[in-house]
Write a new protein. Sequence first.
Length: 207
Amino acid sequence: MRPDPYAPSQLLQAAVEQFASLPGVGKKTALRYALHLLKQPQERVSLFVSSLDRFRKEVRHCRVCSMITDEEVCPICRDPQRNHALICVVESIRDVLSIEATGEYRGVYHVLGGVISPMDGIGPSELTLSELVERVKTGQVQEVIFALSTDMEGETTSFYLYKLLVAYPVTVSTIARGVGFGDDLEYADQLTLSKSIANRQLFTPNL
């Protein structure tokens, strides 16, 4: 955005613009964040900035499930107490965090990184569909649970993935439809979410 020549501080304006670029952060909230940082000791601000810088540079995706992790393989995939024969397929990292917050699911995950959406230029090759198939090919997976959106893009992705998995001896199910999915999954209450997984049903392609 073009600098405001009448702004009391161009540096303040620049900081506000950066905060306002975050999802859900308006100009008033961005200004409050910037002024809050201005009141903090330099050491604390430096730690804040360096933490974000390290996060962006060093965080990686798990080579097994594509969840974010600090190491090559995430803690969930490394955990021998998890049921590695049960994979829950989700659209995003936020969905994993929402399901984990219930404390009920003891399987592992596979993060697709989105859903098939031609209008947005997202095709199967942009998602981790083939990586999931490779996991199933090992013969160690008994069930794959779809926890994807119920909109057209989510259903299309589920159907496409089902067609890839149907050739393998694996049960394909979907969580109960009494809960918001996709971007809304993180807002579902934990009881509803845990029940939707426990009451999952066999996937039936409708396309």
